[in-house]
Design a protein around this ligand. Sequence first.
Ligand code: ADP
Length: 696
Amino acid sequence: MPSLLQRIDRSVRAKLLVLVLAPLLVGLPLLLGLAWAWGDQAYQRLLSFKIGSDLVTAHEYFDRVQQGVGLDLQALASSVALGRLLDAPTAPATMNALHGMLVARGLDFLHLLDRDGLPLASAGGRRLAAEPRDAWAVVGSAVAGTPRTAIELFSPDALAAVDPALRRRAHLPLVDTPAAVPEPRTFEDRGMVIHSAAPVFDADGLLVAVLEGGVMLNGNLAIVDRINTIVYREGSLPLGSAGTATIFLGDTRIATNVRLFEGTRALGTRVSRAVREHVLEGGRIWQDTAFVVNDFYVSGYEPIEDSAGRRIGMLYVGFLEAPFRDARSLALGVLVALFVAISLVGAVLSLRFARAVFRPVERMNAVIQRIAAGEAGARVGTLGSRDELGRLAGEFDRLLDTLAQKREELQRWADELDNKVADRTAELAEANAILRRAQQQLVMSEKLAAIGELTAGVAHEINNPVAVIQGNLDVLDDVLGGAAAPVRREIRLIHEQADRIRQIVTKLLQFARPGEFAGYVEEVEVNALLADCVVLTRHNMEKRLIELEQCFDAGVRVEINRSELQQVLINLIVNAVQAMPDGGRLLLASEDWREGDEILGASIRVCDSGQGIAREHLDRIFDPFFTTKKGSGTGLGLSISYTIVERYGGRITVSSELGQGAEFRVWLRRRALFDEAPNAPDFRARWAAEGGVRMR
Ligand code: ADP
């Protein structure tokens, strides 16, 4: 199983697919990462801006609350009602009136002091220590003639001095908060107060008294709820996030709408160490996510300073981060899902498209492999693709067709070549056979020439004694006369045998020196000569019950020596008769020898129904001394006949099969064609070399 890298390396489609998908699979995550980073940065900055502006709004409102207390005191200080009270400052009515003002203005305490800051009367009739109160910065300022409002930290005693109820209200058990700086105290009992004092002037503008009042912020849920309502109006926070506002005394929540798990307000819990160090100790504004009580809030903290500029607490606003975080996670999730979906769809589409694009190449590759495996007819076939690759596949098929066609042609040529080579080889073999035969003929001719010389000499030597024997035998016969009667038969036998010797010798001479025996040439009427031959051989035929058929159609005369032609024909007839010892059918026929319109001469056929000639003998029957008639034949008949006919430009052909009879045909020219040097053996050899087949 090839590895992924190997598969990619072997496939063009896979390579191009990687090329196409690489930007998608690498670029998209990169873009996603960048978008995410930028988005997150923008998200953080947005939240930071928002919390900054929330803090400003809260700060403004908190200022207004302080100013409100100051303005209330100033209004009271300059009111006619207060002026009247100054006439009897210690009267119970005055205290009641002050109480009425306290309730009306929502103050927690209200004192009337003399112009040195000594208490004259207090709302609700509480008795204040007879000590000047100008140690308080706001009172000191009012004594000096200037109204002032500030936030002050009241010790428990200071609170008790003003109103024991306030001290009780300020008492707050501390709740253990994990991320806060460890705190040995178990409760907070100081009070954070909006402290205000206003001078009271008479009609002449002289300071006659000071009005001191304040609102304690500990447990003052109305203020934080109001801040919360102003900063986070209904619907101002998207995604269901909840807004919160808190006032800290030091790092402890003394007024808050942040809820604990049970739903109670988280009073007494403390701020984290990080925020405490940043805001309380560092004096800077916090605008960031912070863990508040039990969850992460986008938080804004700013320090609250007292009249002397000491950081005594913090103002906080914030909103739950979770919904925003969830929204951000949702956005990221959607983004990732989109990316995955796009990548998947892109990959699937690319794969399908790539498959469609590369189908021609893959089909071509498959066809090449099939052809390599021996399937010559494999083709790419019709494809839907009309692009360059599709056209290439079409061209590829055409190329394969052309190749197949060329291969077929080559094969055909190769076959033709094979056939030609076979033909030529056969012709060569035949030519070789002819050559071999010619060589044999030549050797034979040379032998014949030698035999001819020898025979001629011997024949002359024999002829003379034979002539002497015959002459003397005649003399003997004459001399003895009647006395020779008892040996007449023997004398006749000697005559016959001597005559036979003479005939053989004549034949031998005729064979050896044919020229010497050539008689004169005349125009012979073939049909008449044939009729003479029949007369001469009739008794032979009759003896062997041979049925003779004659068909003499030749119309031309031929140039030849009459007795030689007769010798040839009688020889052929005698051979035919001898071939049919038990009788048979003999055909003697003559016709004109035509070539085209021209009559060259006459041809004579001698056909028998005898034993026929064996194939291996057919080549040799014209050879001198070749005979199958052991004892009775000389083997010279056909040889001499051939020599005679050939001497006049004619020829003898034969066709025969064993057991099927034989047909000899003598071709004779109207005008004899004499060879210049009619040396019989040479002539025959040349004839054989030119085309021995013609002998058959
Ligand atoms: P001979 O007749 O003395 O044998 P030839 O030259 O006349 O000599 O004939 C040669 C040989 O050819 C014969 O021995 C015979 O085998 C064969 N032959 C010739 N004519 C015929 C024929 N008509 N039928 C069969 N064989 C023949």
